[in-house]
Design a protein. Structure first.
Length: 75
């Protein structure tokens, strides 16, 4: 198994040390796996897309705006 070194703030390190029984490597590994699965899905869904970066940015803005409106209506 390969090793990966990550950096955290001194404050976070102190907080992590409070919970000695937690396997922080396993927690990080799970977070990496979750993020990778999201990115791999995005790659799969967009691999044949002909949308430009400009198109994607515009779509992203519309989605975020719609989500914000949805939350503001209390739906």
């Amino acid at each position: 198994m390969a090793n990966v070194c990550i950096s955290v703030s001194d404050e976070m390190k102190q907080k992590l040390e409070k919970f000695e029984t937690v396997n922080w490597s396993a927690v990080a590994r799970q977070a990496f796996e979750l993020e990778l699965s999201k990115l791999e899905l995005m790659d799969e869904l967009t691999s044949k897309s002909k949308a430009s970066d400009k198109d994607i940015i515009e779509l992203s803005k519309k989605i975020k705006s719609g989500i914000a409106r949805w939350h503001n209506k209390g739906v």
